[in-house]
Design a protein around this ligand. Sequence first.
Ligand code: SAH
Length: 220
Amino acid sequence: MRETTHAGEYRLPRHRLAERLARDGVKDPKVLAAVQEVPRHRLLPEALWAQAYRDAALPIGDGQTISAPSVVARMSEALQLTGRETVLEIGTGSGYQAAVLARLAARVVSIERLPGMAARARRALDALGTTNVVVHLGDGTRGRPSEGPFDAIAVTAGGPEVPEPLLAQLAAGGRLVGPFGPRGAQVLLRVHRIGHGRLRREVLGRCRFVDLIGEHGWQA
Ligand code: SAH
C-alpha cells in the first residue's frame, strides 16, 4: 500500500535520516525507502514533531517509547521481507514500526496491551492511509493463533525469553526478531525456523527496550 497523506511534510529531514541510516550500515533499499516515506512525526504528539527525524527513542505516553529509527530499520531488515509476508508485531506503541513493516510486507497484525496506545496508533495509521495493518488489543506474548502461522514476527518490547506461543506460530522458514534477556542486558535475537522442527538463534547485538509485560513476558 502507499501512504499519500503528509508525505510533503519534513521531507528533507526524513531524507537525511535515511541517508544517515545507509551510512551506518542499513543495506536493504526497501527499508531505506520505507524510512524515507513514513512520516514518523505523524505518529508522535505534536510537541515532538521537531525531534521526529533525530535517530532517537522518544516518549509516547504511559511510560512507553517509540523506538529509534535505526532500531526500527535494523529489526525490519533482519526480518528479510520480500513483500508477500504476513507479519505479526508485538507492541504497537506509536504505530511507527507497523507503518514501516506495512511497506515491506503484505499484511501486518499488530498487538498492543494498552487500550489508549492501541486507539491512538489506530487513528494515526488511519490518518496516514495505511490499510494493511490491523491493531488488536491484548497480550501479545500469546500471539494470535487464529491469524497465524506468521512468516515474520517482530517483538518490539523486551522479555526474559522468547515467548513459546510465538515460536509455535512462526511458519516454516519464518523469522522472529526481538529483544530478550535480563533487564539491562538484553540482546536483539533473530530466531529462524528452518523447516518444521529446527530453530536457529543468532544474536544481532545489544539493545534496550521497554518491558514486554504478559503471560509469557515479565509480570506486571
Ligand atoms: N513498535 C512500537 C514500540 C513501542 S514500545 C513503535 O514503533 O512505537 C513497546 C510497546 O509494547 C508499548 O506500547 C507497550 O505497551 C507494548 N507491550 C508491552 N508488552 C506487551 C504485550 N504483552 N502485548 C502487547 N503489547 C505489549
